[in-house]
Design a protein around this ligand. Structure first.
Ligand SMILES: [Zn+2]
Length: 313
C-alpha cells in the first residue's frame, strides 16, 4: 500500500481530494514524523498563506523575475520555504519545501530557495520570528543601494510596526556570509535594509511580515516625496513618540529604542514532542499581535493622524 506522503506529495492529486485524504489520514493514523507534519492542517494553512502573500508581493512589484523568498515556522525546529527559480506570482502549494534549522530537506519536490541560510539564521537567533519575507521593493531598495536610511519619527505606522530602520552591509546573496550580515541587528529590528540588494522582514505571521514590507516601502516612498516638498520635515514630538513606543511594547514588537528583548521572552527550543504538538496545531505559540490589540493600535494611529491634520489647519 502506498505511504501517506507518497499519495499527498503526488502532484496529480487535486486540492479537494488532498483535503479529503488529509482528514481521513488524520482520523485513522496520528501524525508522528516531521515529514507527515508537512501535510497536517496547520502546515496546509501556512502553505496557502505563503502562496497568497507571494502573489501579493508580485502584484505590488516587490519581487521581480524569480526574486524574493518567503518562509514560515511550522514548529520550533521546522520551516516551510519557497523554491528557487519560481516567480512569487506563480507559486503553488506543491512547490514548497520543509527544512529543519540545519537546512536538511525533510519534505518537498523542488530545490529550496538559495536564501534559506538567511531565513534559518534569523529563526535561530530570534525565537519570536514565525515568518520571514525577503523581497526587493523599489523605494526601500533604492535607499539600500544609496546606503541611506530614511530619517525617523515622521509617520506613526512606521514607528509602531517597524521603527528606526537598520542597514546591513553587502555580501553575496545566497551565501552563509550574507545570512550573517543581519545578525547584529535582527533582535531589535523586524525589518532590515540589505545594502545593494533589498529588504528582509520577520514577524509573527507571513501576512504580518508582508505588512512590514509594505510599511517600510511606503515610508521610504513617502519620505522621498515629502523631502521634495520641504527640506526640513517636522517630526512627531518626542513625548508622542514615547506613546507610540508604549503601544509597541504592549504589542511585543522589537525596537532598538526599547530595552533588548528580555531573556524570558526568548522561548527556548522545545523538545521534539512540543515541536510535534505545535505543528499539529495543539500547542500554538501565542501570537503577540492579537485582533483586539490591532484594533487599539489602529484607533490610536487614526487619532494621531486626525490630530496632526487638525494641527496643520
Ligand atoms: Zn534578493
Amino acid at each position: 500500500m502506498p505511504h501517506r506522503t507518497d499519495i499527498l506529495d503526488n502532484q496529480m492529486v487535486s486540492e479537494a481530494v488532498r483535503r479529503a485524504l488529509e482528514k481521513w489520514f488524520a482520523a485513522v493514523e496520528p501524525v508522528d514524523h516531521p515529514r507527515e507534519l508537512f501535510h497536517a492542517p496547520r502546515a496546509q494553512a501556512l502553505k496557502k498563506e505563503i502562496v497568497r502573500v507571494g502573489r501579493k508581493l508580485w502584484q505590488r512589484e516587490y519581487v521581480d523575475g524569480n526574486g524574493g523568498n518567503i518562509s514560515a515556522r511550522l514548529s520550533p525546529e521546522l520551516v516551510i520555504c519557497t523554491p528557487t527559480l519560481v516567480s512569487k506570482g506563480d507559486l503553488r502549494i506543491e512547490d514548497l519545501s520543509l527544512v529543519d534549522l540545519d537546512n536538511c530537506l525533510i519534505a518537498g519536490n523542488r530545490p529550496r530557495t538559495s536564501e534559506i541560510h538567511l531565513h534559518l539564521e534569523i529563526y535561530k537567533q530570534v525565537a519570536q520570528a514565525q515568518a520571514i519575507i525577503h523581497c526587493h521593493p523599489p523605494y526601500a531598495t533604492a535607499h539600500a543601494i544609496a546606503g541611506l536610511v530614511p530619517q525617523p519619527n515622521l509617520l506613526p505606522e512606521q514607528e509602531v510596526l517597524v521603527g528606526p530602520v537598520a542597514l546591513a552591509p553587502y555580501e553575496t546573496p545566497g551565501t552563509p556570509e550574507f545570512a550573517k550580515t543581519v545578525l547584529p541587528m535582527v533582535q531589535q529590528h523586524n525589518t532590515i535594509l540589505l545594502a545593494n540588494h533589498g529588504i528582509v522582514c520577520w514577524a509573527d505571521s507571513v501576512s504580518h511580515a508582508e505588512w512590514c514590507a509594505e510599511v517600510i516601502e511606503t515610508y521610504c516612498k513617502t519620505v522621498m516625496i515629502a523631502s521634495h516638498l520641504r527640506l526640513s520635515l517636522p517630526q512627531i514630538p518626542p513625548n508622542k513618540v514615547d506613546e507610540l513606543l508604549a503601544i509597541k511594547k504592549r504589542l511585543g514588537l522589537p525596537d532598538a529604542r526599547l530595552p533588548r528583548l528580555q531573556s524570558g521572552e526568548q522561548k527556548p527550543r522545545t523538545s521534539s514532542e512540543a515541536s510535534l504538538e505545535s505543528a499539529k496545531g495543539n500547542g500554538d505559540v501565542k501570537l503577540p499581535l492579537e485582533k483586539r490589540e490591532m484594533e487599539v493600535l489602529v484607533s490610536i494611529i487614526t487619532a494621531e493622524i486626525l490630530r496632526a491634520t487638525e494641527l496643520r489647519r
